[in-house]
Design a protein around this ligand. Structure first.
Ligand code: NI
Length: 164
């Protein structure tokens, strides 16, 4: 089922989402599948956080593969380490339609989370995936790119942002 995605300035996008109790994880499979279906229904979307569909839970789905066949779901994600290098790149957000901005992110992060099977998972990410993880974890804390984006320089406009 395709879910409706909350749009800025909906105040629910600004709330801090709650931790998921491990016992509740099995009950989140349908939500995760619906979130992935919603993500795939939007051509350039690469990540979607539960609060964006009105569920204030610390959970997000993502797929950065070009064939859109490598979905992932992370629950209670925490960045446990990152490198010191950052990069600025263009981001959009499914909850801020029509907006693009330059956002600075760590280029490598290690995230600890639960997966949908209720198992602990540690995921190392770099490049676009690291960027998506940081963007989605921001959503879980009520932070959106309007809070941190800089204007896109003219020479980079229209380059085709990935929206998360
Ligand atoms: Ni977003």
């Amino acid at each position: 089922m395709i879910l409706s995605v909350l749009q800025q300035p909906d105040p629910r996008l600004r709330e801090k989402s709650g931790e998921v109790q491990p016992a509740d994880i099995p009950g989140l499979k349908e939500l995760a599948l619906n979130m992935l279906e919603t993500l795939y229904s939007i051509g350039n979307g690469v990540g979607l956080a539960a609060p964006q569909v009105g569920r204030p839970l610390r959970m997000f789905v993502y797929d950065v593969s070009s064939d859109r066949n490598q979905p992932g779901v992370l629950i209670n994600p925490e960045i446990i380490s990152h490198n010191n290098a950052t990069a600025k790149n263009i981001e959009g957000c499914l909850s801020c339609r029509g907006f693009e901005g330059l956002v600075e992110r760590y280029t490598k992060v290690t995230v600890r989370a639960f997966n949908l099977d209720g198992k602990r998972a540690t995921v190392k990410a770099d490049g676009l995936l690291a960027r998506v993880f940081q963007h989605e974890i921001d959503h879980l804390d009520g932070v959106i790119i309007l809070d941190k984006a800089e204007p896109v320089p003219p020479e980079q406009q229209g380059a085709g942002a990935r929206v998360v």
